[in-house]
Structure formats: structure tokens, C-alpha cells
Design a binder for this molecule. Structure first.
Ligand SMILES: *Cc1c(COP(=O)(O)O)cnc(C)c1O
Length: 338
């Protein structure tokens, strides 16, 4: 596997740290021992607050520049971290940035609609427009790209979450980086746990581990779609990504596992167990999670740990970022942080 063939542009702060979480592990101790928890700090990738989209953007921006684009076009939910990181990458490379924000959660709260990532998108100079929840976002992307081309621009469309085979290469690279770090310190990883949404992160990890032959299971905790849909999306993208690397046959269906029992009322909708997860991790490790992705993944990790599912295992939690969205949820969390 030779990732340099895809010539990523380099701006992420890599490698991200791999750190133990002893106080969280202790808090989740069970009669059977509980998990030994570590965290891979992809919240520290450095681009305007960082997060998992930064690794994908190293490959996507390279492709945009190779195609002589002058405008990035992408989409996400109102509090999208992907949109914030894309806006930052556009600014850094002198590209214009057209954003379509989907009103996916239906929240009318001022902080959700104006603060957090939305404030940062505007600060970073992106042009945003908002569309109703349930809009066909791929169609909307095509329309905005046509608009850019009509006025003489050269659009480059990045799908939601940066999740295509090019973006997923960023998480193939993360898989290589993580295994190298673990080898260096003699850490035997039994499992990786990550939030899984538009699927590029989960698929890239699975493809990377499969292609290098590292036998480490990945558990994706779903934040939106039901299990069958999520696993099918991840499997398809993991296979296509492995094919780009010349080894489609190395990704098998049973390598893809998503647990979608922790979504709660829906995408981007916070609940008491998410708030408990945010508080527990903040107060044991001084670590900030986010309400939409990592908070839900941690809600799952906590419940499964307490149920004894990870007893005796060394589990690496991939921190995919998102704390920049916390202030968008201020009113939701008000009074619940004692
Ligand atoms: C986008 C995002 C995810 C999900 O990653 P996908 O590649 O879309 O599955 C997880 N965590 C955070 C903080 C994100 O912004």
C-alpha cells in the first residue's frame, strides 16, 4: 500500500497523540475488570479546531487542486464540523467555499442556528445557505456546482462528510499511523471504537486495517442511520477504498460492525445519556467530546463497558473532534451540568 501515490497536501498536525485514559477506565471498572481505555486524539488535527474531516481534506484538497478548481462546494447539517473544516481548508488554499446547510434536526434554538460551528463557518469566510430538512442534498450540491460554473467558476464538489474513496484514504492513513504508534509502545489493541456517520472514517479504518493485514476489529457507533443501512454504506465504501489500493478482496462483510442502538431520538438530538457521557469524560480526563458524534459514541461505549462487553480488552476510542459545536447546544445543556 503506497498512499503517497495520491499526493495528499499536508496541513494536518500528524501523528495525533495516542493517550491512555486511566481515570475513565477506573470509572468504568466492572466485576470482570472492564476495559483499558485509550484515546486517539483526532480532535487535535489542527485545522481551525481540528477533527476527523481534516485527514480526509488532505486528500480531497489535493484532488481539487489537481483538477484546477477554484471553489469548494459541500454540505452538512447546521452544526456540521465537516463544513467548518472544509471552510478552513478553502481559506488556507485561497479557494472560494459554497456551503449548503441542511436544517436536519429542526431545532429553532438561536444558539444551534447561530453559534458553535455556524459562527466559525462565517468567520472563515464561507458562503452559506440553508435548506429544509429532508432536501435531496446531492441534488442541491449539483445545483450549486452548476451555479458556480455558470458564473465562470471551477467547482469541486465534496460529498457530505467528505466520505468518498478519496476522503476515506485519510482514514486508511490513520489506521497505519495508529498501528505504528501501538507497535512502538508495545500496546496490543483489541478493538477500536469510533462514531460512524457518513461512513468515510469507519470505512477508511476498515480498509486500511484489512489491506495491511492488522486483525483489529472496529466498532462503529451509529449517529443517524439504522444498523443495516449503516453497515451496508460502510462496507461498500470500505471495499471501494480497498480497491483503489489494489486489494478489494481483503475487505469482507464481517469486518464491518455498527451498533446503532445509541442514536436516541435522531441525528443531532442530545439526550441525558449523551450529557452524562460528556460530563464523565470531561471530569475524569479533562477531555471535551461533542454532542452529535463523540458524545453518542461514548454513550455507547459507556453502556457496553458497564454491560461487561469489553472486560479485559484494550479499547482505543477514536476521538473524531466536534467540541466546536458545544456552544450550539448551550440551551439544551443549561441546568444539566451539575
Ligand atoms: C463527521 C464526524 C464524525 C463521523 O465521521 P464520518 O466519516 O462522517 O462517519 C464523527 N465525529 C465527528 C466529530 C464528526 O464531525
Amino acid at each position: 500500500m503506497h498512499l503517497a501515490r495520491y499526493n495528499p497536501v499536508r496541513f494536518a498536525h500528524l501523528p495525533t497523540p495516542l493517550e491512555p485514559m486511566p481515570r475513565l477506565s477506573e470509572a468504568l471498572m466492572t466485576p470482570g475488570g472492564g476495559p483499558n481505555l485509550w484515546v486517539k486524539r483526532d480532535d487535535c488535527t489542527g485545522l481551525a479546531g481540528g477533527g476527523n474531516k481534516t485527514r480526509k481534506l488532505e486528500y480531497l484538497i489535493a484532488d481539487a487542486l489537481a483538477n484546477d478548481a477554484d471553489t469548494l462546494v459541500t454540505q452538512g447539517a447546521i452544526q456540521s464540523n465537516h463544513v467548518r473544516q472544509t471552510a478552513a481548508a478553502a481559506a488556507k488554499f485561497g479557494l472560494a467555499c459554497e456551503i449548503i446547510l441542511e436544517h436536519r434536526t429542526g431545532s429553532q434554538a438561536v444558539d444551534y442556528n447561530r453559534s458553535g460551528n455556524v459562527l466559525l463557518d462565517e468567520l472563515l469566510g464561507a458562503r452559506t445557505r440553508t435548506v429544509a430538512g429532508g432536501t435531496d442534498m446531492n441534488q442541491a450540491l449539483a445545483e450549486v456546482a452548476a451555479e458556480v460554473a455558470d458564473r465562470g467558476g471551477r467547482p469541486y464538489v465534496i460529498p457530505g462528510g467528505g466520505s468518498n474513496i478519496i476522503g476515506a484514504l485519510g482514514y486508511v492513513e490513520c489506521a497505519l499511523e495508529l498501528v505504528a504508534q501501538a507497535n512502538e509502545i508495545g500496546l496490543e489493541i483489541d478493538r477500536i471504537v469510533t462514531a460512524t456517520g457518513s461512513a468515510g472514517t469507519h470505512a477508511g479504518l476498515v480498509a486500511g486495517l484489512a489491506v495491511m493485514g492488522a486483525d483489529i476489529p472496529v466498532l462503529g457507533v451509529g449517529v443517524r442511520a439504522p444498523k443495516d443501512v449503516q453497515e451496508a454504506n460502510v462496507f461498500r465504501l470500505a471495499q471501494d477504498t480497498a480497491e483503489l489500493l489494489g486489494h478489494r478482496e481483503r475487505v469482507s462483510r464481517e469486518m464491518v460492525t455498527a451498533d446503532c442502538d445509541y442514536v436516541g431520538a435522531g441525528y443531532g438530538i442530545i439526550d441525558d445519556q449523551v450529557i452524562e457521557a460528556l460530563k464523565l469524560v470531561a471530569r475524569t480526563e479533562g477531555l471535551l467530546l461533542d454532542p452529535v458524534y463523540t458524545g453518542k459514541a461514548m454513550k455507547g461505549l459507556i453502556a457496553l463497558s458497564r454491560a461487561g462487553r469489553f472486560d479485559g480488552e484494550t479499547v482505543v476510542f477514536l476521538h473524531t473532534g466536534g467540541a466546536q459545536g458545544l456552544s450550539g447546544y448551550q440551551s439544551e445543556m443549561e441546568g444539566k451540568l451539575e
